[in-house]
Write a new protein. Structure first.
Length: 375
């Protein structure tokens, strides 16, 4: 064995630097490729063969380590199915918050993660089609927004991890077993409990005391609309308000229903949470303003777009939180072990400009409770 290695070292010297070992020519220094430092390995004009071999052997040992260091970082895949259209400003704001939160957690699109985004809008057929399409891409995890989108994804897969945001009653919808231990392949962030819906009616009565009739606008294709209406019905008698449910699926149905309701005095409107209401919010706000109907909405963006008042969670914050769950799943945690979380805070936003246009004087106590007042 020693003879073999002795021959190998000799061969190595002859192959790499025959002038140094055969000709006797003087080369006083060698340059280490590892450090760029001149190495004095000569004695009286000849290379000290033992030292030279150590340098070469050390360099060869580093090569596989350097090769491993140059290996490209593994690229993970995230599917995203939004319940907005790409042109919607609120949808873009939500997606931007999600992507930025991922970057802060070390996941950058195009570097170590690929994000495949689909915009389903309020179209159930597109939800199903895009859900199946994303699953065929074999993502590591899928991020989904709102109840209809999660329902479509769960029909498409029971194995790919799903993290959701802006879902009302995930237990009642059958997405998770319970909030603390979701089970299965799905977890995320619940929008609110149904009891919050009753607060909308109380706020309507507070800002418009003359209201004795309230229309509750809901999308019948959204299962959560039933629970929201039930919570509102539970508080209506104590407030002395007669309720009129309005089931609307599109803008034309909404126009007819609101126009009919507005024929009688002392009316107000509650807009329940649904993708349809969000997608058509500009039309909704303009319609109720036309009929001079005080209206309470479920989210801040309604008030910033000209609606009278809103009370609900910060949805964009949920998208940031969802990015953390996505990161944890990518690092090996299971959705079944990540509890579903509910909002810790609800925002009350009042648009004083709209109140003035409706001839309403906002009570000082209500103004004092507001998290934001738009003037």
């Amino acid at each position: 064995m020693s003879r073999f290695w002795g021959q190998s070292r000799h061969a190595l010297l002859h192959c790499i630097c025959p002038l140094l070992t055969q000709s006797g020519h003087h080369r006083p220094n060698l340059i280490s490729y590892k450090t760029g430092v001149a190495l004095n390995l000569t004695v009286e004009g000849y290379v000290r063969r033992r030292d030279f071999i150590k340098v070469i052997a050390g360099s060869m040992a580093v090569w596989p380590l350097a090769a491993r260091a140059q290996q490209p970082e593994q690229v993970r895949r995230i599917g995203v199915l939004m319940s907005d259209v790409a042109e919607d400003s609120e949808g873009q704001a939500r997606l931007t918050a999600f992507v930025q939160a991922l970057q802060q957690l070390g996941w950058t699109d195009g570097r170590n993660v690929r994000i495949d985004i689909r915009w389903g809008g309020a179209d159930a057929d597109r939800h199903r089609r895009y859900a199946a399409e994303l699953v065929t891409l074999a993502p590591d995890v899928i991020f989904a927004t709102t109840t209809p989108v999660v329902a479509a994804l769960q029909q498409a897969t029971r194995t790919v991890p799903i993290v959701f945001a802006a879902v009302v009653d995930p237990v009642g919808a059958g997405f998770v077993t319970n909030l603390a231990q979701p089970g299965g392949n799905t977890t995320g962030f619940a929008l609110y409990e149904y009891g919050v819906s009753g607060k909308w009616l109380a706020l309507l009565k507070e800002i418009a005391p003359n209201v004795t009739r309230a229309a509750v606008v809901r999308d019948p294709s959204t299962a959560s609309g039933i629970g929201q209406l039930a919570a509102i019905q539970a508080v209506a008698p104590s407030l002395g308000i007669e309720l009129t449910p309005l089931d609307v699926r599109d803008e034309s149905e909404l126009e007819r229903a609101v126009a009919l309701f507005a024929r009688k005095p002392n009316g107000g409107i509650i807009i329940t949470a649904s993708p349809t209401a969000r997608m058509n919010r500009q039309q909704v706000i303009a319609l109720v303003a036309q009929h001079r109907l005080p209206t309470v909405y479920p989210f801040r963006y309604f008030a910033t777009d000209g609606g009278l008042m809103c009370y609900g969670p910060n949805v964009i914050e949920q998208f940031r939180f969802a990015a953390d769950y996505i990161s944890r799943v990518l690092k090996g945690e299971k959705p079944a072990d990540l509890p579903v979380q509910a909002p810790a805070k609800y925002e009350l936003v009042i648009n004083l400009k709209t109140a003035k246009a409706l001839g309403l004087t906002v009570p000082p106590m209500l103004l004092a409770r507001a998290d934001e007042v738009i003037e």
